[in-house]
Write a protein that binds this ligand. Sequence first.
Ligand code: KIV
Ligand code: ZN
Length: 500
Amino acid sequence: MSDRLFIFDTTLRDGEQVPGCQLNTIEKIQVAKQLELLGVDVIEAGFPISSPGDFNSVIEISKAVTWPTICALTRAVEKDIDVAVDALKFAKHKRIHTGIGTSDLHIKYKFNSTPEEIIERAVSAVKYAKKFVEDVEFYAEDAGRTDNEYLARVTEAVIKAGATVVNIPDTTGFRIPFEYGEKIKYIMEHVDALSAGKAILSTHCHNDLGMATANTVAGVLNGARQVEVTINGVGERAGNTSLEEIAMIFKTHPDLNIETNINTTKIYQTSRMVSSLMNMPVQPNKAIVGKNAFAHSSGIHQDGVLKNAETYEIMDPKDVGIDDNAIVLTARSGRAALKHRLHVLGVDVDGEKLDSLYEEFLKLADKKKELNDDDILMLAGVERTRDHHIKLDFLQVTSGLGVRPVASIGLDIAGEKFVAASSGNGPVDAAIKALKVIIKRNMLLKEFTIQAINKGSDDIGKVHMQVEHDGAVYYGFGANTDIVTASVEAYIDCINKFRK
Ligand code: KIV
Ligand code: ZN
């Protein structure tokens, strides 16, 4: 008999903390529904006290999904818990995730406190949350660097106070798998309430040293029965453990006797949706969902795979939802084909939205003969920027060898038209300088990445930018067959976010 491993997805909380990857409530609902289809057990929907947007998202996600437990994060503070309880009022199954730092560093510098006082605060937060919800999870922040004996005492105390899950986060991604596994083992062996089945341990690993997945597996092999993960491993800094890796590790190793509820055939679709909504590209060699994850280029491998796929493939791409026969759409494809392909990719559009997307699709199909999934998701992403306050009206650039590039630009700002021109040391520089003649705000371009979606000189270029304004960094995205236009669109996308 296999042991059930609970999948706690924190894409919408820890994953969404990445600068520039913030989603609006509608996008979060879209992701939450997809996570429900994927079969996750718990969706961490936000940190309600942190902002009205997070509060609202927890409310709306609670209404939108049925089966998964909806979890809200809090500090070990009564006010946080009150707000989380309020945000969870529509959830069919609800959980409060409360906690406090337990490492010496956190106790001394963050809280100016003592280990005993921290246990008291942890216990009273759990008891307080327990007054409102049955399902309370406690996190011992920086557990990775917390002394094991003390961590076991904290775990014992919070379970006694009513915690049903105790989360052991390697917050800084510091531990190596052997150490993290030992930590989980130590707690399992020294907390009687765990062997008595009163609560389970959860892993929550960060990827700063590239060991999040390995640490999570070590945690599970030593007794943890919940894993906290994100789609594509998104998350602050180097990210969190990725859901798809954990699901496929236990699927491809049935001898480990660990079972999840994940419908793995929905993995690829979910990965594409999250990547597209967050404008966060998936690295091509990313395990399971990267573009090259199943692409065999060496002749020897190709020959082997053609004779028998198992010679070089440990998983069937179909098991993760990669469809070899993915249809390529062309200018002759109808609205229904576009709608169907978008649906397969996890984006549902209808009515006027579909009409305008179809128009954009035809324009792009005129420039590029064949449109693949990435092109189509890109179009769906561009569609979301339609209600921007500032829009690019036109852009004309002259550049080439031996001439100083010159750009003239037209912007539509809330319906009013503005025109300006400038020269620069390159076409993008000229275009951005022209834009700055109209938008006179203090802005500094911090990062600028250009990426081609596929190959071919007719391909779409995707531009990711980060612009600093008033001490905050804003993330923008643009995509166009004209790379200068894509760059200006990305810059404008950043500026449109200044106002929020
Ligand atoms: O990494 C961490 O410690 C966290 C906690 C808030 C659970 O995200
Ligand atoms: Zn975290």
